[in-house]
Design a protein around this ligand. Structure first.
Ligand code: BGC
Length: 517
């Protein structure tokens, strides 16, 4: 789940009540949060490939990009720190904002964070849609980033707290699904608006984010806060009233009691940041750092952020570049559905390993074909057949990501933490994801200029490392209730030695805590 979420730790428990209108409404807000996240990922690459946009805001890039031959290597056409900062500033802002969001979400409730997130999104999209200069553009992206920080922190948590227990797992993957739909929507809108005359096209592309932003803002205003958050903040009567309303029954006593006890036990848990540093929590700590970092080091956002620019670099025309981005966006959505349908049957490891091998093969072949045609000078041209084949390879690479590291890069970290380290673990996962998203966004075009086709080999090196890492170090977590997760680490050939037998005592306490949670 982008932004992290809570796992259903009440596995197997049946409470009264079912799916109500309220739950459906909250799911819609959640989906909207995911949509905006995806929209922001997909929109910038398309507008930066539009000549009129480049001419106005990045004239030096425009001059370089439109130079026919000679002076500039085609690999370096779009190499500009400012242009990259236009994309990446959002993730830097999201990283910083997520610290504040974590505090506000806990102290003032989930809906407060959603409201702040929605409002800053709205301001960001208006600033971008009406941008007069590059400063206004970047400030707009920073506001969008603050929105991402707040919404990704609060919406997934809110969703998992409002939904009945048996829907929580599906919602976890649902947020990722909404993200991919947001990316595809951005690709489609760019394809449509690029045909418009004058500046209207890019203004619409950037400004349309205001629609989902308004929906999240209104959601943050009118939806009730989650019972968990109300209990945490001492408003038990209100919490019970809301729980009855969202479950559609008066008889919520058992679930309410469990929520109260979970809140009490979580308050008695030691500082989670201190806890996660202890030796016995080493496996989770390493996973919280490596899984999100690896997810980004697959190089996926090279495609998600810069597909149209990359296709233009490879000699595709304007329209063909934007169309190719639509195709990769569509593949991303479909392959995510495949993952949702298979993850609980095939398991996480099979998907990770298959996806890794598939990405690796595609990256090596992409590097080979680009290298063969363009060499190190960047001079050359693909035949139509070769261009289509490279597009096919990029799609196969995206599919490999979308059924492995895409959703699992969020799902697995969210299901391996026991209660005592969960808040710290989730925060670290988001943090490392945003750091590496920022780095890739900021460096890709410059790296392409320096490494040329070798850039794809560079990322494939990481794919080899992460696939081997999964093979040797990540135990299967399919169907393992959170309270039994400790046994998985203890039984593991490598992690087992980090878990002293004495620690099992404290794990045993966790088991009891999690059973109540
Ligand atoms: C990643 C994003 C990526 C998206 C692509 C997400 O899981 O966190 O960085 O753009 O997948 O679908």
């Amino acid at each position: 789940m982008a932004g992290g979420g809570f796992v259903d730790s009440s596995a197997g428990r049946q409470y009264n009540g079912g799916v109500t209108l309220f739950v459906i409404l909250t799911c819609m807000v959640g989906a909207t949060g995911g949509l905006i996240f995806g929209y922001d990922i997909g929109i910038s690459g398309g507008v930066t490939s539009m000549d009129i946009f480049l001419k106005r805001f990045f004239p030096s890039v425009y001059r370089k990009a439109s130079t026919k031959a000679g002076l500039e290597s085609p690999y370096c056409k779009f190499d500009s720190h400012l242009l990259q900062f236009f994309t990446s500033s959002l993730y830097l802002a999201a990283l910083v904002a997520s610290f504040f969001a974590a505090i506000i979400t806990k102290k003032f409730g989930r809906k407060m964070s959603m409201f702040i997130g929605g409002l800053t999104f709205l301001i960001g999209s208006i600033l971008n849609g009406f941008a007069q200069n590059v400063i206004m553009l970047i400030i707009g992206r920073v506001f969008l980033g603050i929105g991402v920080g707040f919404c990704n922190q609060s919406v997934p948590v809110y969703l998992s707290e409002m939904a009945p227990a048996n829907l929580r797992g599906a919602l976890n993957m649902g947020f990722q699904m909404a993200t991919t739909i947001g990316i595809l929507a951005a690709n489609l809108i760019n394809y449509g608006t690029a045909k418009m005359n004058g500046h209207l096209g890019w203004r619409l592309s950037l400004g349309l984010a205001a629609i989902p932003a308004t929906m999240v803002t209104i959601g943050g205003l009118i939806l009730p806060d989650s019972p968990n958050s109300l209990i945490d903040r001492g408003q038990r009567d209100e919490a019970k009233r809301i729980l009855q309303k969202i479950r559609g029954t008066e008889d919520v006593g058992e679930e309410f009691q469990d929520l109260v006890e979970a809140s009490e036990t979580s308050k008695s848990v030691d500082n989670p940041w201190k806890n996660i540093m202890e030796r016995k929590n080493r496996p989770q700590l390493i996973m919280a750092i490596l899984i999100p970092s690896f997810q980004q080091l697959t190089g996926i956002n090279v495609i998600m952020f810069y597909a149209p620019v990359l296709f233009k670099t490879l000699g595709f025309g304007n329209e063909a570049s934007l169309m190719s981005a639509v195709i990769t966006g569509g593949v991303n959505v479909v392959a995510t559905i495949v993952s949702i349908l298979t993850v609980d049957k095939a398991g996480r490891r099979v998907l990770f390993l298959e996806g890794g091998i598939q990405m690796l093969i595609c990256q090596v072949l992409i590097a080979y074909f680009i290298g063969k045609t363009y060499g190190t000078t960047g001079e050359g041209a693909f035949s139509t057949g070769a261009a289509n084949f490279v597009l096919f390879l990029i799609c196969a690479y995206v599919a490999g990501f979308a059924w492995s590291w895409g959703p699992l890069g969020w799902l697995v970290p969210s299901e391996i933490f026991p209660l005592e380290t969960r808040p710290a673990g989730q925060a670290m996962t988001v943090m490392f994801n945003m750091i590496f998203t920022f780095v890739i966004g900021q460096c890709f075009l410059s790296m392409l200029c320096v490494m040329k086709f070798g850039l794809f080999i560079f990322f494939s090196g990481f794919v080899i490392i992460m696939t081997l890492f999964v093979y040797f170090f990540l135990p299967e977590t399919k169907g393992v209730p959170i309270e039994e997760m400790y046994a998985i680490w203890k039984a593991h050939w490598f992690w087992g030695k980090f878990i002293p037998d004495e620690a099992l005592g404290s794990y045993a306490t966790n088991i009891q805590i999690s059973e109540k949670a």
